[in-house]
Design a protein around this ligand. Structure first.
Ligand code: AQP
Length: 332
């Protein structure tokens, strides 16, 4: 039986991915390489929906590739590539835009949140059409599974709706993908503002634990994380969102259950607990950071690896796009 295909993407929107990206999505990317056909994409065109300098886009795309490889994505086992090197994404993206209703696109909470942050009038049209391009990214590869964080659930639902709509109207063309969201670590919150998700584009990085942070910086950020009233280390997302977030992080990285951690820190207070979380995070990220820095010493090697991935990706993308065009009635 053919292996199930996995597709997922990440934006090169900062110098470093953060722990939310890692626990919500990238950890699953690595695990799913075993026994699956993985397509992992650095979605640089999506990054254009926000403000980004050309030199930074290049630097961050390469840094993203280095971090993904350092985290365990194997360019031999999986197809690791950059979105802009496969033009078929934009071509299918237009078809998705023509299928999607304005009303359903307007209901996307990520657009509402992100456009509200910068002022709705200054939001780019690309931020609005982002979910349709994302649907094209996924459908081009006939993906069965899409490992993403909880914040992406609505976009995957839209992708499923658009694929179903196309298949019903124009004939079977796309595989309808399933999301792959792990309940245990699906959403990591900002350390300073536990009501908001940890995000690359936060106005301040004090609450964002980055993969490329030094152990000192990690310790500092965790020490200053917002805590809650009381001094017991217990999981209660409503009353203790800060401590619950730190418990989720510790548990996801150490493999210890939340209940075991609650017992371990019973009567010990927040200070000891935060020091333990900082150790777990720093030790986990230390080899990843070192490997990424080593890879970044050879840009050309990274660019070559990404070209190989793009060639593999294009073969599948062309096949799907031709099928979609044919079913739409275009003249070949
Ligand atoms: N806080 C989070 N908790 C769990 N998962 C998360 N993801 C992002 N933040 C969290 C998951 O990371 C993957 C890649 O995200 P993206 O690059 O598409 O951007 P995003 O979802 O918009 O993440 P950011 O950090 O907030 O980036 P910016 O600020 O650039 O928009 C996705 O699978 C996402 O679910």
């Amino acid at each position: 039986m053919a292996m199930k295909r996995v597709f997922s993407g990440i934006q090169p929107t900062s110098d470093s991915f953060h722990l939310g990206n890692y626990l919500g999505a990238l950890k699953q990317w690595v695990e799913l390489q075993e026994g699956h056909d993985g397509f992992y994409c650095i979605v640089d065109l999506h990054a254009l929906s926000g403000e980004i300098e050309p030199t930074l886009l290049r630097k961050r795309t390469l840094s993203s590739a280095a971090q993904l490889i350092a985290l365990g994505i194997s360019p031999e086992k999986s197809t690791l590539f950059v979105q802009s090197q496969v033009p078929h994404h934009n071509q299918l993206g237009w078809i998705m835009e023509c299928l999607a209703g304005f009303g359903e696109a307007s209901r996307m909470t990520q657009f509402k949140d992100k456009s509200a942050k910068g002022g709705a009038d200054s939001a780019r049209v690309g931020l609005f059409t982002y979910p349709m391009l994302q649907a094209a990214d996924i459908l081009l590869y006939q993906a069965n599974l899409v490992p993403v964080g909880e914040d992406q659930r609505q976009h995957i639902e839209l992708t499923r709706d658009l694929a179903g709509r196309f298949n019903t109207r124009f004939g079977q063309t796309f595989t309808i993908p399933e999301n792959y969201i792990l309940k245990s670590a699906a959403k990591i919150q900002d350390l300073q503002d536990p009501a908001s998700k940890m995000s690359k584009s936060s106005s301040s990085l004090v609450g964002v634990l980055e993969i490329m942070d030094t152990p000192e910086s990690i310790a500092k950020k965790i020490k200053s994380a917002a805590t809650d009233t009381g001094r017991e280390v217990t999981f209660d997302e409503k009353e203790k969102p800060g401590i619950s977030n730190l418990l989720t992080i510790h548990s996801a990285l150490s493999g210890q259950s939340i209940t075991a951690l609650e017992s371990e820190f019973e009567g010990k207070g927040y200070g000891d607990f935060k020091a333990a979380v900082a150790d777990v995070v720093a030790e986990h990220l230390r080899p990843i950071r070192a490997k990424a820095l080593e890879l970044l010493e050879d840009d050309k090697h990274l660019v070559d690896l990404l070209h190989v991935g793009a060639v593999k990706a294009r073969t599948i993308a062309i096949e799907t796009l031709e099928k979609a065009y044919k079913n739409l009635g275009t003249v070949a």
